[in-house]
Design a protein around this ligand. Structure first.
Ligand code: PMP
Length: 381
């Protein structure tokens, strides 16, 4: 129950364990082409160009930046924590002049603040972390990307801890690049960088003057490959991770079979059950308000008298959770991921384990209070 890698479906794991086909095998070409189309559907981005590349989420971040940013371009980072800082580092490495709009830990900048900064002009791109995995903060992405689009600024949304878990309508909202990785709500073991780029993002890339400063990230290398697979033809630039791509195709198929709206609301319902449990146990969340609280993970302060050894105690109760990640607060809170195949049973098992560990650590709460609160949310359909 950590915020990635998460637990994966049997059928997805079987695709990983199958014999590896040639990347030019007709059966694999069909699989890859279908996975690309499914990725568009999961991101609700029928007009976008998908890219599926071997790498982690950090490569997806770098691919977005490398293709859109030229040295000297101004970039606005909507900064909600650890992964926004990483985005700023990548932007700077590619020569961007970075301005941050920050909020205190546990909060997100408002759409109005960001809009006011964008209106002062000069920005080519705005980046936003959909869910900051370090703090469990959900950014007001819809308003932010709509504001950027209205002002002609390209938006890059890091969906690593959000895609296929948090509501996102790439085309309808006008987000230019949605980037993610395989190992969280997308439901595939680590190893794939996934990017969907709007026609505006592709046009900005085509119009650039400076060459892309990374061969491996360059859309000039990957676009013909993605187009070939989508068109049912063999092609090669760098060997694709054939088993991971097959596993991605299976998982995206399962996600679409569940339905995007149903999947988003399942994540919301389970997150509500967790929140009810944390509150009944007298625990406080890192996110400062419901509006900025993610549905894909919980970030929860240790109560007074309890320290980071709680994570080990919960493990001894049979559930693996994560410690904090925010540099200033990391010893003060724990994180529980609730993505992908998580269901009501996982909520109850996890809440029970945390509850028992808290009581053993000396926290004063009524045994069963968290479980009852979670169950009352889960039972209220
Ligand atoms: N962005 C966010 C929001 C993340 O949570 C992570 C990883 N946890 C990354 C980027 C980086 O992804 P990776 O570790 O796969 O490189």
């Amino acid at each position: 129950m950590i915020p990635g890698p998460v637990e994966f479906e049997e059928e997805v794991l079987r695709a990983l364990g199958a014999p590896s086909l040639s990347h030019t095998d007709p059966a694999f070409i069909v699989t890859f082409g279908r996975a690309l189309q499914r990725l568009r559907e999961v991101c609700l981005a029928p007009s976008a160009q998908p890219f599926v590349v071997s790498g982690s989420g950090t490569l997806a971040m770098e691919m977005a930046v490398a293709n859109l940013v030229e040295p000297g371009d101004a970039a606005l980072v909507v900064n909600t924590g650890y992964f926004s800082d990483r985005m700023a580092k990548i932007l700077e490495r590619h020569g961007a002049k970075v301005t941050h709009v920050r909020a205190s830990p546990g909060d997100a900048p408002t759409v109005e603040e960001v809009k006011a900064r964008l209106e002062r002009g000069g920005f080519k791109v705005m980046t936003v972390t959909h869910v900051d995995t370090s703090t469990g903060v959900l950014a007001p992405v819809e308003g932010l990307v709509k504001a950027a689009r209205a002002l002609g600024v390209l938006s890059v949304v890091d969906g690593v801890c959000a895609t296929a878990g948090e509501v996102f309508h790439q085309d309808a909202w006008g987000a230019d690049v949605y980037l993610t990785a395989s190992q969280k709500a997308v439901g595939v073991p680590p190893g794939l960088a996934l990017v969907t780029a709007s026609p505006q993002a592709m046009a900005a890339w085509k119009g650039r003057k400076a060459p892309v400063a990374s061969v491996y990230s360059d859309w000039a290398e990957w676009l013909p490959i993605m187009e070939a697979y989508a068109g049912g033809k063999p092609s090669y630039f760098a060997t694709p991770p054939v088993n991971l791509v097959s596993a991605l195709d299976v998982s995206l198929g399962q996600i679409l079979a569940e339905g995007m709206e149903a999947r988003f609301s399942r994540h919301q319902r389970l997150a509500r059950a967790f929140r009810a449990a944390w509150s009944a146990l007298g625990l406080r969340l890192l996110p400062v308000s419901e509006a900025v609280t993610a549905n894909t993970l919980s970030a929860v302060y240790y109560p007074e008298g309890v320290d980071a050894s709680l994570v080990g105690r919960v493990k001894a109760e049979g559930v693996v959770i994560a410690g904090g990640l925010h540099p200033d607060l990391k010893t003060r809170y724990f994180r529980v991921g609730h993505m992908n195949r998580v269901g009501p049973g996982d909520v109850l098992v996890t809440v029970g384990a945390v509850e028992r560990a808290l009581l053993a650590a000396g926290h004063r709460a009524e045994a069963g209070a968290g479980l009852r609160a979670a169950e009352s949310v889960l039972a209220a359909r």
